[in-house]
Design a protein around this ligand. Structure first.
Ligand code: PHE
Length: 377
C-alpha cells in the first residue's frame, strides 16, 4: 500500500504537467466565451453569459457531449474591442478551446473574429447583427438576424404602421452596429419614398445630446431613428423630451436592457424598437425558459440571455452531429444547422453563416416593454 504512494504521486505530477503543457483533460470539451462582464455595456455580457451558463448546466446534467463534460472558459473584455481581441487570443493559445462563443456587440465581434478565423476555430456570435461580422471568414457564425433586415423593417414600420413620411437619424459614429443600422434604415426609408430630414451623430460615452437634438427639432421629423445602445438611448430620450421633441423615437436591439426604461423613464414611453424575442410571447418554449431563468437570476431574461443560451445549444448540437471537436468538421456541422429549435425561434444557418429568423417590434408603454408585432424575414 505504502509502496504505491510514490508511484501515485509521480502519476499525479505527470498528469498535472501533461494537463498544463499538452492541452486539456481528455474527459472535457473546452469552449471559450468572451463577453463584456464589466465596462460600459456590462448588461450585454452578463446576460449573454447567464444564458450560456444555463445551457452548459443543462447539457452537462443530461450527460455532457460525446461522453465528455462541457467546460466553458469565460474571459471579460471590459466592453472594449482591443480587450476582446486579447481575450480571444488567450482562449485560443492558452486554453486551446475548440470553439468560441461571443460577442454581443458587433465592434467587439469584429475585433476578435479574425483571430478565430486564422486559428481555424469556429466562433458563434449570439447577438452581433452587423453584416461584416460573418464576412470575416468561413469559421464565423451567428445565431441572430442581421441589420439589413432589422433596419429595413424599422423603416417600413415607421412608414406603414406609424404613417411617417419624414424621419431624422441620430447615430453613434463610434459603433459599427449603429452606423450600419442607420444606413440600412435610411436606404429603405428613401426607397419607399420617404425623406430623411437630417442625419446627425454622437460618440459612445457622450452624455450631452442637446446640440444634435436641437438640429433635429428644427426640421420637425415625424419619427427619430436612434440605433444606439441602451447606455445612451435613455439620456437621448430624456433630452429630446426636454427640448420639446414629442414624436416617437425608434431603435433596434441595442435598446434591449432594463436600463433603457430605468434611465429613460417616461421619455421612452410610446417608443418602439426591434428585437430578437419578446418576454410576453406566450409560446411554451419561451415561457418555460423565462421560468427557468427567473428561478436562477430573479429577473426576466433579455434578448442577449436568450441568444447566449441558443448559441451554446447550437454549438452543442453541432458537436453531437460532428461526433468530434476537430475544427473543420465542427465548422461544417455548424454550417449545416437547419431548423434548430432555439428559444429565439427556429435557427437555420444560411450560406453567409447568418441565421434567417423572424423579428419582433416592441413598444414601450407605461414603463413596460410589450410585444407589438412580429415580422418574418
Ligand atoms: N446587435 C447588437 C450589435 O450587433 C448587439 C445587441 C444584440 C444588443 C442584442 C442588444 C441585444 O452590436
Amino acid at each position: 500500500m505504502i509502496r504505491c504512494v510514490p508511484a501515485l504521486i509521480a502519476g499525479l505530477v505527470a498528469a498535472l504537467s501533461l494537463g498544463a503543457c499538452e492541452g486539456n483533460r481528455a474527459d472535457e470539451i473546452v469552449v471559450g466565451e468572451f463577453a463584456s462582464l464589466t465596462g460600459g455595456t456590462a448588461t450585454f455580457g452578463r446576460s449573454s453569459d447567464a444564458g450560456v451558463q444555463l445551457a452548459v448546466e443543462e447539457i452537462n446534467a443530461a450527460g455532457g457531449l460525446l461522453g465528455k463534460t462541457l467546460r466553458v472558459v469565460v474571459e471579460d473584455d471590459q466592453s472594449k474591442p482591443e480587450e476582446a481581441r486579447t481575450a480571444v487570443l488567450k482562449l485560443l493559445k492558452q486554453d486551446r478551446v475548440v470553439a468560441v462563443l461571443g460577442e454581443v456587440a458587433s465592434s467587439r465581434s469584429l475585433a476578435a473574429a479574425p483571430e478565430c478565423q486564422r486559428a481555424g476555430v469556429p466562433m458563434i456570435s449570439p447577438a452581433s447583427t452587423n453584416p461584416k461580422v460573418t464576412q470575416v471568414g468561413d469559421h464565423i457564425f451567428r445565431v441572430c438576424f442581421i441589420d439589413p433586415f432589422q433596419g429595413s423593417t424599422m423603416a417600413k414600420f415607421a412608414m406603414k404602421t406609424l404613417g411617417a413620411k419624414t424621419a431624422a437619424i441620430l447615430r453613434d459614429v463610434k459603433n459599427d452596429y449603429s452606423v450600419g443600422l442607420a444606413d440600412f434604415f435610411r436606404d429603405e426609408f428613401l426607397r419607399e419614398g420617404g425623406k430623411i430630414l437630417t442625419d446627425v451623430s454622437y460618440s459612445e460615452g457622450d452624455i450631452d445630446f442637446k446640440a444634435q437634438l436641437t438640429a433635429i427639432r428644427a426640421v420637425r421629423p415625424e419619427v427619430v431613428f436612434v440605433p444606439g445602445y441602451y447606455t445612451e438611448v435613455g439620456l437621448i430620450a430624456r433630452q429630446a423630451r426636454e427640448l420639446g421633441i414629442a414624436v416617437p423615437l425608434l431603435g433596434g436591439d441595442g435598446w434591449d436592457s432594463p436600463r433603457t426604461v430605468e434611465i429613460g423613464g417616461a421619455a421612452v414611453d410610446g417608443c418602439y424598437f426591434s428585437n430578437h424575442y419578446a418576454a410576453d410571447d406566450p409560446t411554451e418554449a419561451v415561457q418555460s425558459f423565462i421560468e427557468k431563468y427567473r428561478r436562477k437570476h430573479f429577473e426576466v431574461p433579455d434578448a442577449m440571455a436568450v441568444l447566449g443560451y441558443d448559441a451554446a445549444q447550437v454549438l452543442a448540437d453541432a458537436i453531437r452531429r460532428a461526433g468530434t471537436t476537430e475544427g473543420a468538421k465542427l465548422r461544417d456541422a455548424i454550417a449545416a444547422t437547419r431548423d434548430f429549435p432555439g428559444i429565439s425561434g427556429k435557427i437555420t444557418i444560411d450560406e453567409q453563416r447568418n441565421a434567417r429568423k423572424s423579428l419582433v417590434v416592441l413598444k414601450i408603454d407605461g414603463g413596460k416593454v410589450k410585444f407589438f408585432q412580429k415580422v418574418e424575414p
